[in-house]
Design a protein around this ligand. Structure first.
Ligand code: ADP
Ligand code: MG
Length: 707
């Protein structure tokens, strides 16, 4: 067993209680601790004389306690432990708020190391002070873990603070000395001049500036804090390598598996499709269709991610693809993320297939048992050719006679794991995953590394601009007046309320009181409400009325977020806009401005936490391109939850940041590609790498069907 796999409980400074805290955060073994990098570094190498201190600078001083006392602030009655310390060059005041107990341990005459930001003294003008600094009492021979070096700062784990973690990891590094092996192929280490794993981990936790470095100390600090030392790069590379190796191997495996059906698109079929098409495809749609047809006709199963901005026309691509497969004699299924959406697709398809020459069914939770059994029976017999539904369509008891194609709409609600389950059912259908999640291409390739990518990068000609306005809560009357004008000229639209996390009741309450208010305010108009808790029939009824123009204002939760297509709705008011992610706002806004008329979108902001969230909303107001919005959003917030990483059950990366490291993402992608070229079975992967791969993917390995 590698030392990396040893339990943390018996480490110096850990013990059963702390081990429990660490375990709660997923830290079980030595490797987990070593792979918990500091998120920031401070240079505490040099002790500064008090006379040299400057306002605003983080500084380390060594000084003697000259006097101390506990006082109480006048206004807020806070207990303050105050000290005057001196080092021969000057004296300094030090305040510890809410820490009167320090009086017991910090005594006059003691020598302390103090580290913190120097600020002007509030109580005595012209003096400087430290407030709640980090401190350490100088004891003869004590090791200098926390001072006179560059200090790693860790995010606290439960009750364990950065300082405690620093001590634990300091001792741990002593213990593992010389015992951590390298597993990346030697030629890779050489190509990038990477340090070996143990050295890299050592530098990441306890970096040390050496005079022979070809850059200054200041630059070194910058490199550390931007995770760009060679050691950081080594660890980032490792994560990206394992991640992509896993995904690529899955892809390779599936591509090798031949499918036992033959699909041909001949002239007859082309004519048939042309007749059904209600409009001319855009160039982008045509290109994507060609890519799909090529995959359908190929002897290997298709695994394709179809990416296209909101409203770019993915649904028709789905239908065309399904019809091709159906006309070749196979069954198909379309999976939607919500029932409302499934119903909408079903109705659309029925309308387009006027001749009723293809049997199509909708499977949903609301229908009667007998009806359901009938659908299942017809599926087993191969009579139903197109099945539409939510993910329930892939439940155990839904069996197909000869399933040829699965289309999954709006991937961000449907995980890779579900796709894996399909394969494990030992069906090997062609798969199209459709998403509007606008991830830049390079990122998409990494996150969905097991999929080929098609992009619809053009909107249909009838799409119109949507003017977007930002208002604060107290200006809501202005918004209402503008809505009144819209209604007067016969326009219709949505009021959308956010989903309040963990509180469906609250969500419903704010929605319903909003609904009442809007009804009152727009007395002469037809206002109705739609939310997830309504019965299927009721929902259908409301959607139908809205579509038919029998409702002027639809008050709704985010159930309208994905895919709902009501062509002539052209305004949208989004309440609590600050609670939505930009991608989600973009989805919502995509519901209006369809059908050849310009749209208006009003964001109402109730409370913003910080400048970032306002800046985010401004980016949204000023941009209409989903890719642009996503990129800006990532610039401000980091990659967050946008990617598919979480779906893989990998709890994010520990070292890598896919946005920051996107250049390396591509290098690694090429490296993995050529690494795999020489092998055909996972068993050929180097043992050491295989071990790390299993560690990286954990539970999810079972979906790989190997190892
Ligand atoms: P999304 O990609 O968001 O799923 P949809 O497939 O719902 O977009 O398409 C949005 C709207 O644009 C629909 O009303 C659809 O009928 C229409 N549409 C799609 N492609 C075209 C096209 N080539 N020309 C005109 N309208 C189109
Ligand atoms: Mg759609």
């Amino acid at each position: 067993m590698s030392i990396l796999d040893e339990n943390i409980q018996f480490l110096k400074g850990v013990g059963p209680k702390r081990a429990e805290i660490l375990r709660k955060k997923g830290i079980f073994k030595i490797k987990d601790l070593l792979y918990y990098p500091p998120f920031r570094y401070e240079d505490r190498e040099f002790v500064k004389p008090i006379s040299d201190l400057k306002v605003g600078e983080f500084s380390l001083i060594r000084a003697r306690i000259l006097a101390s006392d506990v006082n109480i602030t006048r206004k807020k009655k806070i207990k303050v432990f105050e000290m005057v310390v001196g080092d021969g060059s000057g004296v300094l005041n030090v305040y510890f708020f809410n820490m009167p107990f320090l009086k017991r341990s910090l005594k006059e005459g003691m020598i302390l190391y103090l580290y913190g930001r120097v600020v002007r003294d509030f109580y005595s003008i012209n003096r400087l002070c430290l407030q709640n600094p980090e401190f350490e009492v100088e004891r003869g021979g004590s090791s200098n873990i926390h001072r006179e070096r560059i200090i790693p700062i860790y995010r606290a784990i439960g009750r364990l603070n950065s300082r405690q973690l620093r001590e634990i990891i300091f001792n741990l590094l002593k213990k593992v000395n010389g015992k951590i092996d390298e597993f990346l192929p030697p030629y890779i280490i050489e190509r990038y001049s990477f340090p070996l794993r143990e050295d890299a981990l050592r530098e990441i936790h306890f970096p040390d500036y050496r005079e022979d470095f070809p850059f200054s100390r200041g630059e070194y600090m910058e490199r550390l804090n931007s995770f760009s030392t060679d050691s950081h790069k080594r660890m980032i590379y490792e994560e990206l390598f394992l991640f992509q190796l896993g995904l690529k191997f899955v892809a390779k495996k599936f591509k090798r598996k031949r499918k036992n059906r033959k699909i041909v698109v001949d002239l007859n079929l082309k004519r048939y499709l042309g007749k059904i098409l209600p409009f001319k495809l855009t160039e982008a749609q045509k290109r994507v269709m060609r890519e799909i047809v090529r995959d359908l006709e190929s002897p290997y199963p298709m695994n394709r991610l179809l990416q296209g901005d909101v409203g770019s026309g993915k649904t028709i691509i789905a239908l065309m693809s399904m019809l091709i497969v159906v006309k070749n004699g196979y069954q198909t299924v379309l999976m939607a993320p919500t029932e409302i959406l499934a119903e909408q697709h079903f109705i659309n398809f029925q309308n387009m297939l006027e001749e009723r020459d293809v049997e199509i069914a909708l499977l949903k939770s609301g229908i009667k048992k007998r009806e359901k059994e009938e659908i299942k029976e017809k599926l087993r017999m191969g009579e139903i050719k197109i099945l539409v539904g939510t993910h329930s369509v892939l439940e155990e008891d839904v069996e197909f006679d000869n399933l040829g194609l699965v289309v999954i709409d709006e991937q961000h609600r449907f995980g890779v794991i579900q796709r894996m389950k399909l394969y494990r059912k030992s069906l090997s259908p062609d798969i199209i995953v459709m998403t509007a999640t606008p991830i830049p291409r390079t990122l998409a390739l990494t996150l969905y590394g097991d999929l080929d990518l098609s992009v619809i990068d053009e909107l249909p000609p009838n799409r119109r601009r949507v003017d977007t306005f930002l208002f604060f809560e107290n200006q809501v009357e202005n918004v209402y007046r503008m809505i009144e004008k819209e209604l007067e000229i016969g326009n219709r639209g949505y009021f959308v309320f956010p989903i309040i996390e963990d509180s469906e009741k609250m969500e419903l309450k704010s929605l319903m009181s909003g609904f009442e208010e809007i009804k009152r305010r727009f007395g002469g108009y037809r206002v109705d409400v739609l939310h997830g808790k309504m019965g299927t029939l009721q929902k259908e009824d409301v959607m139908r009325k809205f579509k038919n123009g029998e409702i002027d204002i639809l008050v709704s939760t985010t159930v309208v977020e994905v895919g709902v297509d009501v062509g002539d709705a052209n305004f949208m008011v989004i309440e609590h806009a600050e609670r939505f992610g930009l991608a989600q706002l973009h989805q919502l806004r995509g519901r209006v401005g369809r059908g050849g008329r310009e749209g208006k979108c009003f964001l109402i902001v109730h409370s913003v936490k910080n400048e970032d969230s306002l800046e985010r909303l401004k980016v949204f107001v000023e941009n209409s391109d989903g890719f642009k919005i996503a990129e800006e959003d990532m610039r401000i917030r980091g990659i967050g939850d946008l990617g598919g990483v979480k779906q893989w059950g990998v709890d994010g990366f520990k070292f890598a940041n896919i946005l920051r490291d996107r250049e390396m993402v591509e290098e690694v992608s090429n490296d993995v590609e050529s690494y795999l070229k020489t092998m055909s079975e996972i068993t050929e992967v180097d043992d050491k790498i295989l071990t790390e791969l299993k560690d990286f993917f954990g539970e999810k390995m079972k979906f790989f069907n190997w190892g």
